[in-house]
Design a binder for this molecule. Structure first.
Ligand SMILES: C=C(O[C@@H]1C=C(C(=O)O)C=C[C@H]1O)C(=O)O
Length: 262
């Protein structure tokens, strides 16, 4: 994953050059990752026993297979430094060990309170209860391990996109502190939401992801014809962005801004 633009002179905090254009470029690239992760997940039916049932053989562990898998993967990824990157947020915070290798030093781009903005529990619930049933077939083919791996790819891509709202908010704040500061001091979430919203950009995002789902997920058949079919319904991808991903990204923006003057 590309990171937000930084200058390279190594002299510290003031070095980090954030621009709304570079951040939006990253969000556009992340759309590809999200659309592909949905296409991969749609190979399998819902397979709800993987994430709903607690079938762990260890007594005292009531995790589903998927939760167990994500927890264990997050531990290994933390050990190699994944969560040193401010773009990454774990699903199971209580679980996260320090890195066992020297990690790349990320120049501070965000306010330190950014660490306390983590809505992954909500993303988890929305993903399994609302999003997944929209783009996978119902049913159970028993492929729980592959399903859990695909769910992890989707969850991490969604979480990264949504928490990228912290960078978006930081750059919007830096561009116009005089507009944001009074609303932050007044804890006026409605005013903040209004300030950070660009409806035209949102419309463009929804159209573009629909087009990406049409392009990346088109069933390529040997025979020509107009009966196009898609691995994931492009309108559903657009709807997922409009009803969940964009609002959750804006929620992260507001939550970050509320802490920005602490
Ligand atoms: C992310 C941004 O903030 C808001 C959220 C958007 C999104 O989630 O795609 C798009 C436009 C804005 O309303 C942005 O301005 O780019």
């Amino acid at each position: 994953m590309e990171r937000v633009v930084e200058s390279d002179s190594g002299s510290g905090e003031s070095d980090v050059v954030l621009s709304l254009d570079s951040i939006r470029e990253s969000l556009i690239r992340q759309e590809d990752t999200i659309v592909f992760s949905f296409i991969e997940r749609a190979k399998f039916p819902l397979n709800s026993p993987a994430f709903e049932d607690s079938r762990c053989l260890h007594s005292g562990n009531s995790s589903s297979l998927t939760e167990f898998f994500v927890r264990e993967i997050e531990i290994i990824q933390a050990k190699v430094g994944r969560y040193e990157n401010p773009e990454e947020n774990p699903f199971f915070l209580d679980n996260i060990p320090p890195s066992v290798f020297p990690t790349r030093k990320y120049p501070p781009a965000l306010h330190p309170k950014a660490l306390s903005v983590n809505i992954n529990q909500r993303i988890w619930d929305i993903y399994f209860k609302e999003l997944l049933p929209l783009f996978v077939k119902p049913g159970d083919d028993g492929n729980y391990v592959s399903t859990a791996a695909s769910d992890l790819a989707c969850l991490q891509a969604l979480s990264r996109r949504i928490h990228y709202g912290k960078f978006v908010a930081e750059v919007k704040f830096r561009d116009a502190p005089q507009d944001y500061e009074p609303a932050i001091r007044a804890k006026d979430t409605e005013a903040l939401m209004k300030l950070l919203t660009f409806e035209k950009v949102e419309e463009m995002v929804k159209k573009r992801v629909q087009k990406k789902a049409e392009t990346f997920g088109q069933d390529v058949k040997c025979i020509s014809g107009d009966d196009k079919s898609y691995k994931v319904d492009p309108l559903i991808v657009s709807r997922i962005y409009g009803e969940w991903l964009i609002p959750l990204t804006k929620l992260v923006e507001v939550e970050y801004l509320l802490r920005r003057l602490d």
